[in-house]
Design a protein. Structure first.
Lengths: 470, 201
């Protein structure tokens, strides 16, 4: 596929049906996913049910994000002014390449050969690790799941737990093979695996002097940044190195500090199914003598903002409740979506960030069952947005078999005699599917239908004939 | 760079078009002050859920409770935030500890700024002398934190209100943990693997 304009290599992959077919054939993957998403769904449901005001928090979270989006430039300028006043240097980047270039430049200027990274979707989106590698800088992922993905030269398949597709035995084998200095008798007990990661990364935390982070929230009026995490790798990266570069999507803002009272309830319960995540770090300007940079990234967000029917995707706080609940995601896993943002939110966000022209299959990667909307803590109506994006895909597609067929049907249906004759002709199809009373496989282009489902064998008599003969 | 800034701002202006005002934000969730004082028993239950160790003591019994906890832990090299009252831990080192020294520390003792009953959360203000810089409570493997009863608030909104203007914060809810392997929770990764909380009645 040739991309016009913005490169989007981390947001576009193979067409979803092609990638999904491969994933569906992987029984181990489906077992890992069913177990993991089943566990997290139950935990989420129980901690969400504990809060009597969940619905009110959700409505408020949605409205706060909408208020930010409705005046995004005002809030960005306020945030920038607060950062500058407290001594943080602010950079802006129009697209992924520019963002990666800015961060790489800042890192190179420190003279370091290595950076430690807090798990960040924004840095995955801009392809930062590759850009740094091209510049001769090694990026060390410090989140356990990101580390698993990095050591395995793999791709993330989930927003929160990028290695959700790996089982414990696979992780043990990977650590034994790829982790420097690991115990050769390492077991597959999750405790032992976490301990191995602790030992490996401890040295990095205390010796590498530059860190790159994202941010879960950015507070416009004070310039505070917030990182929500579990393992303490975030605290290590934010605290110990002398230089900190934070890559922040322009939609991450909340207007005031007080607004976090909503999001710090919505996020942990939706995300890991905990009442609160183990660690949340807040810093306002450079802390404790550090040098601090913030890179504000657009990369398709302003294009998303320009569509009133798709804009709400920018409310997303990256909790991944929609992934964990989605029957499609549970079966295909994240890789099939071909984007760093998989699952239902990925199916509406990725095509908008790249432009639907470059991402035509993702809006169809859903059964529109609606569970993603129900669990979304900021009430993004993903099903309606998918339908809206499908319309846009149809608009950009050149005339194809489907639209030709639709035009033919419209012609046939516009005349009742013509339509009756056509329906009777349909009985010819009875020659097929005699054995099971179902048609399992048709030649192209009709195979587009029968590849994924059976076709009922046409009845002996059309409804119209039956109606007239009664 | 400034080109990027002006272009992004121009894109936003164009994207928003005639810019209808955003609807007002509904705030009918349980707000700050609506839940009364924090329930310390609930706070302790929540912390135990995270596998933190919790003790209750009186103000007078605090020093003994801390000493007993450190003895059980077998902690010899103990550091306290510089503003921690001497009476809490007379033998703890209070200054001149760098990152390398913290790595070899058996235990760290701090106070806190506020604690949340509903979520079992303790929040540190790193500009407060009795809570110390961030590395202090990060590198040692054992963190003992003293929570005064009146610091326990009911819910997250109460804590956010109490933290207005606090520049550098760490919210702590149990020891460090990961759910990255098959989404099964394991306590103890990079941060302190043991969190011990002493609540004064």
């Amino acid at each position: 596929m040739t991309f016009l304009g913005m490169p989007a290599r981390n947001l576009v992959g193979e067409p979803f049906p092609v990638a999904a077919r491969a994933a569906l054939g992987d029984a181990q993957l489906r077992r890992n996913l069913a177990k993991a998403t089943g566990t997290i769904r139950a935990k989420r449901a129980s901690v969400v049910a504990e809060l009597p005001d969940w619905a009110q928090l959700r409505a408020s979270g949605a409205a706060i994000k909408d208020a930010v989006l409705a005046d995004l430039d005002t809030y960005l300028l306020r945030f920038e002014a607060a950062l500058v006043e407290r001594g943080t240097t602010v950079h802006w980047a129009r697209d992924a390449d520019e963002a990666a270039r800015v961060v790489t430049g800042l890192v190179k200027a420190t003279g370091t050969a290595e950076v430690i990274k807090v798990k960040s979707m924004a840095t995955a989106e801009i392809g930062l690790n590759d850009a740094l590698a091209d510049a001769g800088v090694r990026a060390v992922e410090t989140d356990l799941a990101e580390l698993i993905v990095q050591l395995g030269d793999d791709k993330p398949s989930h927003i929160l737990v990028p290695a959700i597709h790996k089982g414990r035995a696979e992780i043990r084998d990977l650590f034994r093979r790829e982790m420097p200095g690991v115990d050769p008798d390492l077991t597959d007990d999750p405790r032992a695996l976490a301990e191995a990661a602790r030992r490996y990364l401890r040295h990095k935390f205390t010796t590498v002097d530059v860190a790159v982070s994202g941010a879960n929230f950015a507070v416009a009026d004070s310039g505070a940044l917030v990182v929500v995490e579990s393992e303490g790798n975030g605290r290590m990266c934010l605290t110990l190195p002398r230089t900190l570069v934070s890559v922040v999507g322009i939609e991450k803002l909340v207007p005031t500090w007080q607004d976090l009272e909503v999001f710090l309830q919505l996020l942990p319960r939706s995300s890991t199914g905990e009442r609160m995540n183990p660690y949340t770090s807040v810093w306002t300007g450079p802390a404790e003598g550090q040098t601090s940079h913030v890179v504000l990234v657009d990369n398709g967000r302003t294009a998303t903002l320009s569509d009133p029917a798709g804009r709400a995707a920018l409310r997303c706080i990256r909790c991944s409740a929609c992934l964990n609940s989605c029957p499609v995601y549970e079966r295909t896993g994240g890789h099939a979506y071909g984007s760093v943002y998989p699952g239902p939110i990925g199916a509406v966000l990725s095509p908008q960030l790249t432009g639907v022209r470059h991402n035509q299959t993702l809006p169809f990667a859903s059964s529109l069952c609606g569970v993603c909307y129900d669990v979304c803590p900021v009430a993004i109506d993903i099903p309606s947005m998918l339908v809206h994006l499908r319309e846009k895909v149809v608009d950009v597609r050149a005339a194809n078999a489907e639209s030709a067929a639709m035009r033919a049907v419209a012609w046939a249906m516009s005349d009742s005699g013509r339509w009756s004759r056509l329906l009777r002709a349909g009985r010819l199809g009875r020659a097929l599917g005699r054995r099971r009373d179902r048609i399992g496989r048709l030649p192209p282009p009709l195979s587009a239908w029968t590849d994924t489902r059976d076709l009922p064998r046409p009845p002996q008599q059309t409804f119209r004939d039956w109606w007239e003969s009664r | 760079m400034s080109t990027a800034r002006s272009e992004i701002l121009a894109r936003i202006t164009a994207a928003l078009g005639h810019r209808p005002p955003a609807p007002p934000v509904p705030r009918d969730y349980r707000r700050s002050g609506s839940l009364g004082p924090g329930d310390v028993e609930r706070f302790a239950d929540r912390l135990r859920d995270y596998r933190a160790v919790v003790h209750f003591t009186s103000a007078a019994g605090l020093a003994d409770t801390i000493a007993e906890a450190l003895r059980r832990r077998g902690a010899r090299h103990v550091v306290a935030a510089p503003g921690v009252p001497t009476a809490w831990a007379p033998d703890a080192i209070r200054s001149g500890v760098d990152s390398a020294a913290l790595e070899g520390t058996d235990a760290v003792i701090t106070a806190c700024h506020v604690a949340i009953a509903e979520t079992g959360t303790i929040v540190l203000d790193h500009d407060a002398p009795d809570q110390g810089i961030r590395a202090l409570t990060l590198l040692p493997d054992y963190h003992l934190v003293v929570v005064r009863r009146q610091q326990v608030v009911a819910g997250v909104p109460d804590a956010v209100t109490a933290l207005a203007g606090v520049r550098t914060q760490t919210w702590i809810s149990g020891p460090s943990a990961t759910s990255d392997i098959e989404l099964e929770r394991v306590e103890g990764v990079h941060g302190p693997r043991t969190l011990e909380v002493v609540v004064t009645r």
